[in-house]
Design a protein around this ligand. Sequence first.
Ligand SMILES: NC(=O)c1ccc[n+]([C@@H]2O[C@H](COP(=O)([O-])OP(=O)(O)OC[C@H]3O[C@@H](n4cnc5c(N)ncnc54)[C@H](O)[C@@H]3O)[C@@H](O)[C@H]2O)c1
Length: 357
Amino acid sequence: MNINFWKNKKVLITGHTGFKGSWLTLILNSFGAKIYGFALDPISKPNFFDGSNLKQYLIKDIRANIQNSTYLYRTINKIKPDIIFHMAAQSSVLVSYKDPEDTIKTNIIGTVNILEALKKCNSVKAAVIVTTDKVYLNLEKKKKFKEIDHLGGYDIYSGSKASCEVLTHSYLNSFFQKSNCKIATVRSGNCIGGGDWTKDRIVKDCAESFIFNKNITIRSPKASRPWQHVIEPIFGYLKLTEKLFFSKKFVGSWNFGPNVKNNIKVIDVAKFGKRFLKSNSKIKISKQKYYESQHLSLDSSKAKKYLKWKTNLKPEEALKLSFEWYKFYYNNRGNNKIINFTFKQIDNYKKKFFKFK
Ligand SMILES: NC(=O)c1ccc[n+]([C@@H]2O[C@H](COP(=O)([O-])OP(=O)(O)OC[C@H]3O[C@@H](n4cnc5c(N)ncnc54)[C@H](O)[C@@H]3O)[C@@H](O)[C@H]2O)c1
């Protein structure tokens, strides 16, 4: 990676108050970028963003709805960012069953609003639209999905994200052939890591139950997921952006999933957490209410070949970093030590796995 690339670059993150947005803010800060955020308030209490006062790392912390196209465009035009990471989304499959309309408006219309703003704003040289591994048509055949595979979307969340993929590519063909703005879509696996308080997230639920010795009920125990620490795809997004900024060759869609070896069953994640946190809690199983895919994995050989990106952490290391984070957070509530702890996790990862020019 080229450390100088990011210095003083104006970067707008939509969804900066969320789990991935918070980590991206800290990582970009460590590279010296000028960061602007556009999002609603954090959706949970507690949350990483407010709890760690991440506002201090932003030039501007804008709280607004991405569905408001006029305000979004005005904001982008005023900031004139060099780079945009579009992460704002209704990010939960379960919530999408309960509130399909808001999921569709936020995810699809929100993305269209970003694409429309990109059409008009000349400053942006690279834009990364964050979707998900759930965009693929998953027939449960234990297939490793490549970027060229059919898109699908069993549930509204997945369908909304697949729509973002299709629309981004329609916009690219229709409006960006001669533009200086290069756009890519990125699909990661199930991200884990500290600071995610979204409802029904297995690692957070396990951490809280085991730390406080409460029993936990999990659903889909045998579902196997491509778990990856949130740092890993984020470094992939950054590597891609450095290339995308200068070259149209990198326009298109990119998988940033973990190795298939990182696929672990939900029940094994819970058992690992219980062991690691030395808890007496019981793990109970509940009936699954909604459909969730049983097996999902990505083929990330394109990122490996063209970006020299790969998953570095073993699944146990990714889980350990995540459980350690929550343990540290709950042992140090009320002071701000978690922020230094998080920077330390980022620095250790950088030192261990990256060479910087
Ligand atoms: N967490 C994962 O495992 C994972 C995996 C694959 C893809 N993704 C994608 O990555 C992105 C970030 O995910 P996350 O886990 O950080 O989600 P999150 O729910 O923690 O954060 C979502 C962010 O979007 C903002 N937001 C939601 N609705 C908005 C609206 N109408 N207007 C403006 N802002 C709005 C929230 O305020 C928040 O900042 C999402 O696009 C998600 O679909 C997440």
